[in-house]
Design a protein around this ligand. Sequence first.
Ligand code: NAD
Length: 344
Amino acid sequence: MPADRLRIGLIGAGRIGSLHAVHLATRIPAARLLMVADANEEAARNCAERHALARFSRDYRVVLDSPDIQAVVICSSTDTHARIIEEAARAGKHIFCEKPIALDLPSIDRAIAAVERAGVKLQIGFNRRFDANYRRVRQAVEGEEIGSPHLLHITSRDPSPPPISYIRVSGGLFLDMMIHDFDMARFLIGSEVEEVFTLAGVMVDPAIGEAGDVDTAVVMLRFANGIIATIDNSRRAVYGYDQRVELLGSAGMISTDNNYANSAVISDERGVRRDLPLHFFLERYSESFVAEMAAFVEAVLYDRLVPVCGQDGRVPVVMALAAQRSLEERRPVRLSEIEQGEMG
Ligand SMILES: NC(=O)c1ccc[n+]([C@@H]2O[C@H](COP(=O)([O-])OP(=O)(O)OC[C@H]3O[C@@H](n4cnc5c(N)ncnc54)[C@H](O)[C@@H]3O)[C@@H](O)[C@H]2O)c1
């Protein structure tokens, strides 16, 4: 290991920023969290106090202007990511940024271009790639353990919807929630999607529809190599966070179940039951958040390629925009239509 640990500044200390702060401060020995900025000064101060950081600010530029900071972890709201990536790259900082980079392609392309010009590293927070279950599915595909893949099903349902205030600025179900599953589909199959078709509706809460979004959706995907996939999202599964994958191939099938806090099963005269799955993403994917951040820190310290690059952040946004258009126009949409539309 290089003698020095990676000196990091955190930007955004909300829900996910606080989690990354804990990991950087306590679980990743090669990282040294030095300062935190949040537009909400209280949030910045609380985070600094919790981790005994000498510096905090309400202005993220203070982090970018600090010569001792080598890398930033961007966890502010989605609408700030692209701008902060551009500025951080210009300041010569390596960048970990939460998903999505932005909700439109021109902003994403400007951010990626700034990163390339500056020669810094950019990793996007698609943490599920680091989950043990999904890694095993990917390994089975790579090792041809189930022959050639034919049919992928991704089930991804939240236990309950976020507040309407969040829904309004989230970019909608496809860009906010299903974006993880779009990334997962590409990651598991190792090929690009060419076309999508969406069926979706409002079944959980009419207020979500009034905010202009859907809460229940199935998207069918056709990959360039012919493989077919479905992604099934709901903002509310009453039994908890439902995260499963099934992949059928020419020589077999691989599937992953939900994760549980315990394996106890109660059997009585009425039936057989167990406790609910781990409640939501903070519990279910906690280890994957540690693993993605450790991978980023190592990629910078050892000058390796990051495992989830800017382009990996961009493609799921194209897929989400295509899924949204498919819903609006009630027809299959090719990803190339989105590229042409956004660029032209
Ligand atoms: N990978 C995942 O599973 C995952 C999970 C949750 C959230 N996210 C992403 O992380 C981001 C943050 O989500 P969250 O749930 O933590 O939101 P949040 O609202 O809890 O936190 C966002 C924080 O950013 C701060 N902020 C806003 N603008 C800022 C600015 N200009 N400079 C500094 N701080 C600023 C806010 O004050 C707030 O404290 C979103 O882009 C979201 O999509 C990813």
